[in-house]
Design a protein around this ligand. Structure first.
Ligand code: DX5
Ligand code: ZN
Length: 222
């Protein structure tokens, strides 16, 4: 039986009330908080950094899952570890030395993940599976919330599912972008177990209703 995890992305939260927002979404059943870091360089948007991570840390007990959309990544990794991140993932394009960046995350006591854009090939995985706790497949191009799920991601999810199963390692397979109540079961059937959802949750008045509806959909997956 697969354990499914729901990771609300605070990108769509009300930043003026962020402490309350993360407490509410955890009370509504979130398994982790997805924290989107954008630098106006690797992606055309600018969001939040380690200070905000540190500020929300005392408000939640669940893991904080930091998704770095920045380039370069190495200088900022220790700052997020100190700010209370539990899991840090980055895009291979954001690092000149992927193995070193993964090791840096682990050396700072965090779990490590790699993120693949819709058009980024998966071949680097071959060499780093032993250093990964999470693989994140982007189902939109990174930079903004509220975009539509790109359907060809489903094939990529299935391919990564196979790689993880063959590795025999407990690596989370996370999907990020356009995840909603009405497509989450299909995404799970392709092989994902961890679901980032921003606008589907924070865009709605009742977080519990959305997360419960997502879990009801996931319960239909064999
Ligand atoms: C996009 C971010 C996502 C974003 C998802 O670059 O990485 O985490 O918040 O937003 P939705 O769920 O609205 O597509
Ligand atoms: Zn993200």
């Amino acid at each position: 039986m697969t354990t499914y995890r729901i990771a609300p992305s605070i990108l769509s939260a009300d930043f003026a009330r962020l402490g309350e927002e993360v407490r509410n979404v955890v009370a509504a059943g979130a398994d982790m908080i997805h924290f989107d870091v954008m630098d106006n360089h690797y992606v055309p948007n600018l969001t939040i950094g380690p200070l905000v991570c540190e500020a929300i840390r005392p408000h939640v007990q669940v893991p904080i899952d930091v998704h770095l959309m920045v380039k370069p990544v190495d200088r900022i990794i220790p700052d997020f570890a100190k700010a209370g991140a539990n899991l840090i993932s980055f895009h291979p394009e954001g690092s000149e030395h992927i193995d070193r960046s993964l090791q840096l995350i682990r050396d700072h006591g965090c779990k490590a993940g790699l993120v693949f854009n819709p058009a980024t090939p998966l071949h680097v995985l071959e060499h780093v599976m032993d250093k990964l706790d999470l693989i994140l497949l982007m189902s939109v191009n990174p930079g903004f919330g509220g975009q539509s799920f790109i359907p060809h991601t489903l094939k990529k999810i299935a391919a990564v599912r196979k790689l993880i199963d063959e590795s025999g390692r407990a690596i989370l397979l996370q999907v990020d972008g356009g995840v909603k109540v009405d497509n989450i079961a299909e995404i799970a059937r392709a092989g994902a177990d961890t679901f980032v959802a921003g606008s589907a949750i924070f865009g709605k008045p009742d977080y519990t209703a959305v997360i419960t509806a997502m879990r009801t959909e996931l319960a239909t997956v064999a």
